[in-house]
Design a protein around this ligand. Structure first.
Ligand SMILES: NC(=O)c1ccc[n+]([C@@H]2O[C@H](COP(=O)([O-])OP(=O)(O)OC[C@H]3O[C@@H](n4cnc5c(N)ncnc54)[C@H](OP(=O)(O)O)[C@@H]3O)[C@@H](O)[C@H]2O)c1
Length: 343
């Protein structure tokens, strides 16, 4: 098969399209999926740079954490999946290839109105945002959430899920255009310019803006892609009983924290990654996602579905290097997808 392969992972690492790559063997209750489209994530870019090696069991040099395609073969013992099913899903690596092998319990169905390219923009962002907001933070109707990098792939999914849950949404971005787009079509109610974490006045201004929007209480949940240098401000702008879910470290892994704030406000600080989760935990998350969120991907009559994929661009696999460069530049709104059919 053809696949993207990372050559010389490190500062000079490259992704190249190669033919003649071995397809993994089937195992009991596994299916072979013919991939039509695959999302590109920051994890792929970090893996190419040698900063985020694939976990044990995943192909070490084929990137790709999410895919959409159809079931091409089923192994002995399969009870749910059938040849020809349109499916999407998350994997710990290896999705940016023509075929992949995955346990049938890890497949999600693609709603009939979505193309494979649209579907490939969903699994990673949706599963990450759902896990963080619903399963980790327990976001409830009437609460408020601050979504950092609100125009990111996960950020846009989180805004939609938060509105579905009946929560108030505040979002930050360094890019005004992304705030406008998020507000116009993706559920952002209160756009705020992201502060420079090295400028104390900007951090104080963010805290004051969030307090003003929440009648002085602070937000109930922060969905944090920034990490270290925003830690102090994020704990200060949380409400009593607030939850901080760290999903990304765009502003570093280390920060300062005033534990008296954590104690006084009874805060809960959490973190999560999807990629390294074992099969059983992955299945638990996907079962919850199927039961509680996938209904929202369905259209109601001629109305758009409450939950939609947000596609910035579809590129052919030949242009993978350009897709990776765009993720690194940070100028995308929503998701970038590679397609075997595009070109
Ligand atoms: N824990 C998990 O399981 C998990 C899963 C998926 C993703 N993630 C993480 O979640 C974050 C969002 O992922 P994504 O795929 O949705 O990202 P994305 O679509 O690539 O968007 C990331 C956005 O963050 C902003 N940004 C980039 N560098 C920044 C910096 N140094 N400081 C502040 N803002 C910066 C940029 O938007 P602006 O224009 O607004 O600056 C950029 O577009 C990433 O950190 C990713 O690694 C975690």
């Amino acid at each position: 098969m053809r696949a993207l392969v990372i050559e010389e992972a490190g500062p000079e690492g490259r992704v190249v399209l190669r033919g003649g790559v071995q397809v993994a063997p089937l195992y009991r209750r596994a299916v072979r999926v013919q991939v039509v489209a695959a999302g590109v994530n920051r994890a792929d870019v970090l893996q190419r740079r040698g900063l985020y090696p694939a976990p044990a069991g995943a192909p070490p040099d084929i990137p790709g954490l999410e895919f959409a395609g159809w079931v091409e073969a089923v192994a002995e013992g399969c009870a749910r999946a059938q040849v020809g099913d349109r499916v999407m899903g998350i994997v710990p690596g290896g999705a940016q290839a023509e075929f992949l092998v995955i346990h049938e319990d890890e497949l999600l169905p693609i709603p009939s109105h979505l193309s494979f390219e649209e579907a490939a923009a969903l699994p990673e962002a949706l599963a990450t945002a759902f896990d963080a907001l619903d399963l980790q933070a327990g976001l409830r109707a009437g609460e408020s959430v601050l979504v950092t990098a609100a125009g990111s792939g996960v950020g846009v999914a989180a805004l939609q899920l938060a509105r579905l849950a009946g929560a108030q949404t505040i979002g930050t971005s360094r890019t005004l255009d992304k705030l406008e787009r998020a507000q116009a079509g993706w559920g952002l109610q209160h756009p705020l310019r992201a502060p420079n974490p090295n400028t104390p006045e900007e951090l104080e201004a963010l805290i004051a803006q969030v307090m003003a929007l929440t009648e002085g209480r602070g937000v109930d949940v922060v969905l944090d892609f920034m990490g270290g240098r925003m830690l102090d401000a994020h704990t200060r702008l949380l409400a009593p009983g607030g939850r901080l879910v760290t999903l990304g470290l765009l502003q570093g892994a280390r920060g300062q924290l005033d534990l008296s704030v954590v104690m006084a406000k009874r805060l809960r600080l959490m973190g999560s990654t999807l990629r390294s989760r074992p099969h059983a935990e992955r299945v638990r998350l996907l079962d919850a996602l199927r039961a509680r969120a996938l209904y929202a991907l369905r259209r109601q009559g001629h109305q758009p579905a409450p939950l939609r994929p947000c596609l910035d661009q579809v590129l052919p696999f030949d242009d993978a290097a350009a897709a990776y460069a765009r993720i690194e530049q940070g100028d995308t709104f929503g998701k970038l997808v590679l397609s075997w059919g595009a070109g």
